[in-house]
Ligand binder design. Structure first.
Ligand SMILES: [Zn+2]
Length: 91
């Protein structure tokens, strides 16, 4: 929620900057946004789907499934998820 607001604000600033400057600036700022997204990894799951424990942003056991990053409390939960991700991810 919070980061979405920050991102919206950032994009607004970028758009204003683009209106005043050349289109080249837009490309440059787009790259910067991508780098920020990599640093602030947010998990697609609010809770560990295996043990139902709430996920923490600093969890080290993660798995990427369908372009989404999932966090797990332990390697055990991560392995269980990887065995059958479709069982745990419902869209
Ligand atoms: Zn777990």
């Amino acid at each position: 929620m919070k980061s979405k607001l920050i991102l919206t604000a950032f994009l607004s600033v970028s758009l204003m900057a683009c209106a005043q400057e050349t289109p080249k600036v837009k490309h440059k700022s787009k790259t910067a946004v991508s780098k920020q997204n990599v640093k602030t990894v947010k998990f697609a799951n609010a809770v560990d789907p295996i043990c139902h424990m709430p996920t923490e942003p600093d969890m080290k056991d993660t798995a990427v499934y369908k372009n989404k990053t999932y966090g797990f409390c332990s390697a055990y939960c991560k392995d269980e998820f990887k065995k059958n991700p479709e069982k745990y991810v419902k869209n």
